[in-house]
Design a protein around this ligand. Structure first.
Ligand code: DAH
Length: 353
């Protein structure tokens, strides 16, 4: 049956020519569809005598099976080709370098704090931490602030509308000075036996860096800012120790010996005498200008008493330095608000590689 063979060949060729499943199904219709060539031949059998019908029918069936097999083979080939295309399109290139997560970095203020802690740590100072929500007593009263002092006013200090367990009003600490009292009290309690026996307790030597809050906001004041408190109390500590310690600190901080300090008389309720500490660079963009960086003074006898110590025996000095100010000076930043805006274009400049 060469005619049948020709149909099978034609079908195989048509299937091979089909480039997509839809084309293949169209080609199939030409041979096996309702009026396809094989179907027409089948219909023609009806008119034949029984013998021929049988013989030809068998031949047509063989041809039909051959076409169906060719169709199935082509279907599988097309499906396989499609799968390969898809695999190629979705292939993972494992040789590509991975994407890194953006590396974090320390905030410049945090960098300054670490720096301050390292320098004072090297001078034998402990580092202490305390509550940012303070009681009225620690923020003001213990530090010898009179009841009517303006610093206590709502214009200056943020109050929390709540009292502590002992009924003392709470505020957001306006300075780190309460840490003087907290740390010294703990120290005095730890050495109570030693003190009671009339022996000498080890000196109190501590810094307390941290957040502070005041009702204030402009290019050089933020309602939230940072200070570091320093305290050294013992039996034989004097202003000259303060001067030596502070000079060492500030020169280490700015990494230059070409830097001098001066003490300018001032007033704080918790120190007597009190002084502002100014610094002056001998070179660089700020050369020759006196810059105020810290309050300081000899701890007031009443404050020594509030620490649980005897002012006849214990004496010392304290200082409170603006951390943000030091950071601005060190990096040449002129607007304090940049530190707290959270703009990564600014902050990422401080990131170490
Ligand atoms: N607490 C003061 C302030 O915030 C700064 C200060 C001054 C702290 C003198 C001290 C000190 O420890 O002795 O303005």
């Amino acid at each position: 049956m060469t005619a049948l063979n020709a149909i099978v060949d034609a079908a195989t060729a048509a299937f091979a020519a089909a480039r997509a499943p839809a084309e293949l199904e169209n080609a199939k219709a030409q041979f096996l569809g309702k009026s396809g060539r094989i179907t027409e031949l089948m219909k023609g059998l009806a008119a034949l005598p029984v013998d021929e019908k049988k013989a030809q029918g068998a031949q047509i069936n063989l041809a039909k099976q051959a076409i169906e097999a060719a169709l199935q083979a082509r279907r599988e080939a097309l499906a396989e080709a499609e799968l390969q295309l898809q695999l190629q399109a979705e292939a993972l290139d494992v040789s590509l370098p991975g994407r890194r997560r953006g590396g974090g970095g320390l905030h410049p203020i945090a960098m300054t704090m670490e720096r301050i802690e390292a320098i004072f740590g090297s001078m034998g100072f402990d580092v202490a931490d305390g509550p940012e929500i303070e009681t009225d007593w620690y923020s003001f009263t213990a530090l010898n602030n009179p009841e009517n002092h303006p610093a206590r006013s709502m214009q200056d200090t943020f109050y929390v509308d709540m009292k502590d367990a002992e009924g003392r009003w709470l505020n957001l600490r306006p300075h780190t000075s309460p840490m003087q009292i907290r740390y010294a009290q703990a120290h005095a309690a730890r050495y109570a036996d030693v003190i009671a026996r009339g022996e000498s307790m080890p000196d109190i030597r501590v810094i307390a860096p941290g957040r502070t809050y005041r009702v204030d906001s402009d290019a050089t004041h933020s309602p939230m800012f940072h200070q570091v408190e320093g305290l050294w109390v013992g039996e034989n500590v004097s202003f000259k120790d303060l001067k030596a310690v502070y000079l060492d600190f500030i020169q280490a901080f700015f990494e230059t010996r070409d830097l001098q300090i001066r003490f300018r008389p001032s007033y704080f309720p918790f120190t007597e005498p009190s002084a502002e500490i100014d610094i002056q660079f001998g070179s660089g963009p700020l050369k020759g200008r006196w810059l105020e960086v810290s309050g300081s003074g000899q701890v007031h006898p009443q404050v020594i008493r509030n620490m649980g110590l005897d002012p006849e025996r214990h004496i010392g000095f304290a200082f409170g330095t603006g951390i943000d100010r030091l950071t601005m000076l060190r990096y040449g930043v002129d607007d304090l608000r940049l530190f707290f805006d959270g703009d990564l274009r600014f902050l990422s400049q401080f990131q170490q590689a």
